[in-house]
Design a protein around this ligand. Structure first.
Ligand code: ARG
Ligand code: ZN
Length: 873
């Protein structure tokens, strides 16, 4: 069944207050829910019956205004509880029985390592009790939790704890009250034997907030980084957005079994352990950075998501796009803005563009869906953030801030739409964003084709820019969009030229944001003394593709001279893509010495920003190369890229050695851009050298593995060994590592993914062995992601084995998980959905695998939607 945005209607009934009482037991949980309900005056027509959503519930009783309803006075249809005749205002009491210990879907109330926890977004609350489970029904919640006191000393829910006490039989209770009306998806409950780490934060108005992180006892050493990140995020949101925290207490809980990264429940954020726990010895720089941004992301949701929430799930990007934009601004402020920009753009260009070009393509504000959990996508999150960024670019930081103030002020306590967001931006700035709204409505990645012409006599440089947007499922003949197109022009010395458009009195800025609104524009720059090299889409000012025929010398020139760090990196990527494509399928072709020279210059450049250097030395990923090709031939792409890598490493061996030696480990571990860059350079140079089978490098790797004092160094050495031809050292290092870390599930996840993603040793047989390993657990999403997800998503050469074995394996896994955890099963399907992108030898097998999933009995709605849309023609 498909749900359409066009069919949205305001709720017939509103709930003002929810009173919950949870009785938690080992064999189940009883939930007493008392709703204070009234008819919605704004609803069109008078609804006869009250309808409440439910999912997998055992209904025990229903009371209306204190009177128990008899069979016939209500109807339990499983997914709906219908009470035929209700007054205009009433109190409804519903008692349900759940079995959290049998809940493998990890939606609603479930158990993870012995503790009770919840995940209600998007529609998990209906797995707890019957309720109008839609975000435009906002209520105040009071929650009483009762459980055995020794097994569950900690009982948490949203808001402030207002009462606690002991009960008979060794049980106790705590009552929580949340003063802010909220949608049901923000409800949360946790009960367990947890350790509490405390800190505090004084807000800009001088209120003291109690900060707490709850973890299992074995993780006590791993909370400092999240706590520091949280305090930085709280301060930053005050300074940059004027947003202050609103409750007296802010809690974070870490759980091991979690479908996603984390969840912004009001006052009680619940995190996947891997997105919150870290210490230098056991987690990598990447984990530290991920944690900082996710902790901030969930905290920022308190305003962009909770205080102002979504009217319906089509508006998901209202909170996610804006919040991702906010967390990326924060990360840029905390670290290196250029590297941050490169990482955002890489994710967009590699994975979001692929989504936009595939069968699941949808606009930032979709107009229909079958299963909403399938729409927690890169388009909603990352493209949604890019769209907010463009508004920021068009308005400028001051106007954007005024728009944001107006948005929060105007809609505080409301459930609103992406259109309301844009309207606030328009009203505050006076800018017309009418055409800009198409970014929310049209799917697909706009493509810009740029041509230029230089008139030396007139000193005029003319740029012609054409935009087109490809067709996507259900959408053709798209209108041109409003695109902020930032650019600069470099003169023959490599300096930026002040830009003056014909008719202007110059000279203007060196970077200009041109606004594209038509299918074609011609821009004339005057007073250009010599043929310039264009630097287009500076700082990745819009999520679009740019075609312009730079030659290799121009790319080299941009790599070393462009004042825009992002475009220096991008020029290097374009050069590398070009070279890899040239050697693809031509074993006798040598690589262009210009790529070697450019890499050598970078390796030896000690003046330049090392964080940017480290990024620039990375070759474009296989996934990106596939995204750029028409009928991707994975094996050819893989081997071409490998060959370029080997030829670079061979030519640069001494420079790599020297660069490695220069990167001495810091005295004290810190996650600064400089130190991260140094460790990344160290690991990259090591990996390149080991790829060559260099014995000196092998000894360096073994030494680094042994003496490392942080996980970035240790796992970097391990990964290099695993991807090297040194079989004996590889298996020895893997064993040693496992022995050292087997008690730490997060490190074991790393150990799994290094193997499952290895193009050298991670073939299907090896991956099957990992699934048999004692540490693997089919019930734990992280383990599945780090083995099956890493294999299908990163180990492309083995996943795309031409006999189709990788595809069959993935299909088997999806069918298996479809019963226990449909959300995870649907996510794992993503690599197969791209089948049309691949050459025939691959696409046939991928399609067959999808069909075998389609034909499974009792397919979940989650997987059904993905598979059917992928196979539709
Ligand atoms: N709102 C959460 C976050 O971004 C994600 C929750 C996803 N839940 C889901 N069932 N897909 O930050
Ligand atoms: Zn979010």
């Amino acid at each position: 069944k498909t749900i359409y945005l066009s069919e949205y209607q305001v709720p017939d009934f509103l709930v003002d207050h929810v009173d919950l009482r949870f009785e938690l037991f080992e064999d189940g949980a009883r939930v007493h829910s008392t709703l204070t309900v009234r008819r919605n005056a704004e609803a069109r027509g008078r609804a006869e019956q009250l309808e409440l959503n439910g999912d997998s519930l055992t209904l025990e009783s229903v009371h209306l205004d204190g009177r128990e309803l008899q069979a016939g006075e209500y109807e339990d249809r499983g997914e709906l509880l219908v009470v035929p005749a209700v007054p205009d205002t009433f109190e409804l009491q519903v008692v349900t029985w759940l079995q959290p210990h049998k809940n493998t879907r990890l939606e609603g109330l479930y158990k993870s390592s012995g503790m009770f926890c919840t995940q209600c977004e998007a529609q998990g609350f209906r797995c707890i009790t019957f309720f109008p489970d839609r975000p435009d029904v906002m209520a105040r919640y009071r929650t009483r939790i009762e459980a055995d006191k020794s097994a569950y000393p900690i009982l948490l829910s949203n808001g402030n704890d207002v009462e606690r006490g002991d009960l008979d039989g060794g049980r106790h209770f705590v009552t929580w009250e949340d003063p802010f009306p909220k949608p049901s998806y923000l409800f949360a409950l946790v009960a367990g034997d947890l350790v509490e780490q405390k800190d505090s934060f004084t807000t800009m108005s001088g209120r003291d907030i109690d900060l707490r992180i709850y973890i299992e006892p074995r993780n006590v050493e791993k909370t400092a980084h999240a706590m520091d990140s949280l305090k930085r995020a709280m301060r930053w949101d005050e300074e940059v957005y004027g947003r202050e925290y609103d409750l007296d207490i802010f809690m974070i809980v870490a759980v091991d079994d979690f479908n996603m990264g984390a969840m912004e429940n009001k006052g009680l954020n619940i995190f996947n352990s891997s997105c919150v726990l870290a210490r230098p010895e056991s987690e990598t720089d990447m984990a530290f950075q991920r944690i900082e941004s996710i902790v901030a992301h969930e905290y920022f949701h308190n305003w962009s998501g909770n205080r102002v929430t979504c009217r319906d799930w089509f508006q998901l990007s209202l909170k996610e796009g804006f919040t991702v934009f906010r967390d990326s601004q924060f990360s840029a402020d905390m670290g290196s803005p250029t590297v941050n920009r490169i990482e955002n753009a890489t994710l967009l260009r590699t994975a979001q563009f692929a989504e936009d070009a595939g069968p699941m393509a949808h606009p930032v504000r979709p107009s229909s869906y079958m299963e909403i959990t399938n729409f927690y996508t890169l388009t909603i999150y990352e493209k949604g953030a890019a769209v907010v960024r463009m508004i920021h670019t068009l308005l400028g930081p001051e106007m954007f801030r005024q728009g944001s103030d107006l948005y929060f002020g105007r809609h505080d306590g409301q459930a609103v739409t992406t259109d309301d967001f844009v309207k606030a931006m328009e009203d505050a700035s006076g800018r017309d964003l009418g055409q800009f709204r198409l970014w929310y409505e049209q799917a697909g990645t706009p493509e810009l084709t740029v041509e230029d012409e230089y008139d030396r006599a007139a000193q005029v440089y003319r740029l012609t820019v054409r935009q087109s947007i490809p067709d996507t499922p259900g959408q053709t003949d798209k209108k041109p969009q409003h695109i902020p197109f930032a650019l600069g022009l470099l003169d023959t010395e490599g300096n930026d030229i002040p830009l003056t458009l014909a008719g202007e009195s110059g000279p203007g800025d060196t970077t200009r944001v041109l606004e594209l609104t038509e299918r074609e524009h011609v821009f004339e720059f005057t007073g250009v003394a010599s043929q310039p090299v264009p630097s287009l889409l500076r700082d990745f000012s819009a999520p679009v593709r740019v075609n312009y025929p730079w030659n290799r010398d121009q790319l080299m020139f941009l790599m070393s001279h462009d004042s825009d760090g992002f475009n220096r990196w991008d020029a290097g990527q374009r050069l590398a893509v070009d070279v890899i494509r040239e050697v693809a399928g031509h074993a006798e072709t040598d690589i262009d010495p210009r790529l070697i020279n450019a890499s050598r210059t970078l390796l030896n450049d000690r003046e330049a920003d090392q964080a940017l250097v480290a990024k620039m030395l990375q070759l474009p990923s296989e996934a990106y190369l596939i995204e750029l090709s028409e009928e991707a031939d994975v094996q050819t792409i893989h081997h071409a890229r490998e060959r370029v890598l080997k030829m670079l490493a061979t030519a640069l061996r001494d420079d790599l050695m020297a660069c490695y030696q220069r990167q001495q480990p810091a005295e004290r571990y810190q996650v600064t851009p400089e130190d991260v860059a140094s460790r990344s350079l160290r690991n990259m140079t090591l990996a390149w050298l080991l790829d060559l089978g260099d014995e000196q490098a092998r000894d360096m790797a073994l030494e680094q593995f042994r003496s490392a004092t942080n996980m970035t160094d240790q796992s970097g050495a391990l990964r290099a060994l695993v991807n090297s031809p040194f079989e004996e050292e590889r298996s020895h290092a893997l064993d040693t590592f496992y022995q050292q870390w087997h008690k730490d599930p997060q490190v074991v996840e790393q150990w799994f993914s290094i193997q499952a993603s290895s193009p050298v040793s991670g073939d299907l047989a090896a991956v099957r062995r990992l699934l048999e390993h004692e540490a693997f657990d089919w019930k734990n999403p992280n383990k599945i992601r780090h083995v099956v997800g890493a294999f299908a998503g990163q180990n492309l050469v083995h996943f795309h084995e031409q006999d189709g074995s990788g595809y069959e394996f993935l299909a088997d896994t999806i069918r298996r998980l479809d019963d226990s955890n449909p959300q995870i099963a649907a996510r794992l399907t993503a690599p197969l959905t791209r089948w049309r992108k691949f050459a025939h030898v691959y696409s046939e097998g991928m399609r067959k695998a999808l069909e075998s999933v389609r034909d499974k009995d009792g397919l979940s709605r989650d997987v059904y939607e993905v598979v059917h849309k992928s196979l539709a023609d």
